[in-house]
Design a protein around this ligand. Structure first.
Ligand SMILES: C=CC1=C(C)c2cc3[nH]c(cc4nc(cc5[nH]c(cc1n2)c(C)c5CCC(=O)O)C(CCC(=O)O)=C4C)c(C)c3C=C
Ligand code: FE2
Ligand code: FE2
Length: 348
């Protein structure tokens, strides 16, 4: 063993950091800079031009995007953003910053040394490139890229990988990298979700059914090999097991459908409109595919889907917030980083 470069366990759980120093790039989807049609248009233009998100031929898609969608959707969606926007900014950004800060504190205590954690968003600001630049400026020569998507999808995680690869094409001295592809079945992820559901039940009571609403993707992406729906179903099964739920007490659905193509089913809005007719009068709704509350959870699920359910005859609807900056969530993120740094440690 090379004595000067190895990681050591010192007193209790504190580790010495591997050398050269490492940093963490925490990645999420991104959000508009402001809740205005102009800023939403800028954001949607970048997001919806990514072929990982919409894989149609640009010759076909760009005229639809530029000619129709970007002329109508920003105004409508800006209003939705306004309904969830906070004094500090977009919920996704505010919470992501809290996550980065808490993870840095946790990692620095664990490794007994300052470990920089920076945010990088796939679309909008701060960009993935700026995250790398900030980490480099803080001396990090090794980077753990941690996309905040528990379930892998080509439309999210692969686009993060593309952005990382694109950044690397433009630097002379590339950093050493570890890329966390997924954590849909990680014990600490399931434990954090279970804890959050139980905490909610303690306050609001347990409803007839736990609805697990995952972000949807076009069905075609799955039939062409995207493992996302299978991973969602595994997460759901593991969570139901951890909570001791029987088959009739939980159900998976998929939200945030976009465009005319068929997406993963059942659709969240249709399911929630139908449940009261099946005799399900109260629901708890959790969104396990989102690490951070955002427009899609706070507006679509916490507000919109609630109206749908109550309007259809439901009596009680309780949304369970995302893991956000929960202690167990930060612990999970720290464990994922530690697992990724293992190979650096054992190689020394
Ligand atoms: C066009 C197709 C889309 C795919 C495929 C898609 C996959 C996908 N998205 C998330 C997470 C988030 N999506 C968010 C917003 C959002 N998503 C789409 C479209 C697709 N998403 C659009 C057009 C938007 C913008 C809002 C709108 O116009 O409706 C967000 C929230 C961002 C915020 O600012 O709060 C997140 C997070 C996942 C996990 C996923 C695939 C698994
Ligand atoms: Fe989305
Ligand atoms: Fe949406």
């Amino acid at each position: 063993m090379l004595a000067c470069r190895g990681i050591r366990l010192i007193k209790g759980n504190t580790l010495t950091s591997p050398s050269p120093a490492f940093g963490v790039l925490l990645v999420n989807l991104g959000t508009p800079d402001e809740p205005t049609p102009k800023a939403v248009k800028r954001f949607l233009k970048q997001f919806l031009s990514d072929p990982r998100v919409v894989d149609l031929s640009p010759w076909l898609w760009q005229p639809i995007l530029q000619g129709i969608i970007l002329n109508t959707r920003p105004k409508k969606v800006a209003k939705l953003y306004q309904s969830v926007w906070t004094e500090q900014g977009s919920p996704l950004m505010v919470i992501s910053e809290q996550q980065a800060q808490k993870l840095a504190t946790d990692l620095s205590a664990t490794f007994n040394q300052t470990i920089p954690v920076e945010l990088g968003m796939s679309y909008g600001n701060p960009s993935i490139e700026s995250g790398f630049t900030k980490l480099k400026a803080q001396g990090a020569e090794r980077i753990v890229v941690l996309p905040l998507y528990p379930q892998y999808s080509c439309s999210t995680v692969a686009s993060v990988f593309d952005a990382v690869a694109h950044y690397l094409t433009r630097v002379r001295d590339i950093p050493e990298l570890r890329f966390n592809k997924q954590y849909f079945d990680h014990e600490a992820y399931i434990a954090a979700l279970a804890h959050s559901v139980k905490r909610h039940w303690k306050i609001h009571g347990q409803a007839d059914k736990l609805i697990l609403s995952f972000h949807g993707i076009p069905l075609r992406y799955a039939t062409e090999g995207d493992p996302y729906p299978e991973q969602c179903r595994t997460t759901a099964k593991l969570l139901a097991q951890a909570l001791g739920l029987t088959d009739g007490q939980w159900q998976v659905c998929f939200q945030s459908r976009f465009g005319k193509e068929e997406w993963l089913t059942p659709y969240a809005d249709e399911l929630l409109a139908d449940l009261p007719r099946q005799g399900v009068k109260s629901v708890n709704v959790i969104c396990p595919a989102f690490a951070t509350d955002c427009l899609e959870t706070l507006e679509e699920i916490s507000i919109g889907a609630k109206e749908t359910f109550l309007h259809a005859g439901g009596e009680a609807y309780h949304f369970i917030p995302c893991l956000n900056d929960d202690e167990l969530h930060i612990e999970l993120l720290r464990l994922l980083v530690q697992e990724q740094t293992q190979s650096w440690i054992s190689a020394e």
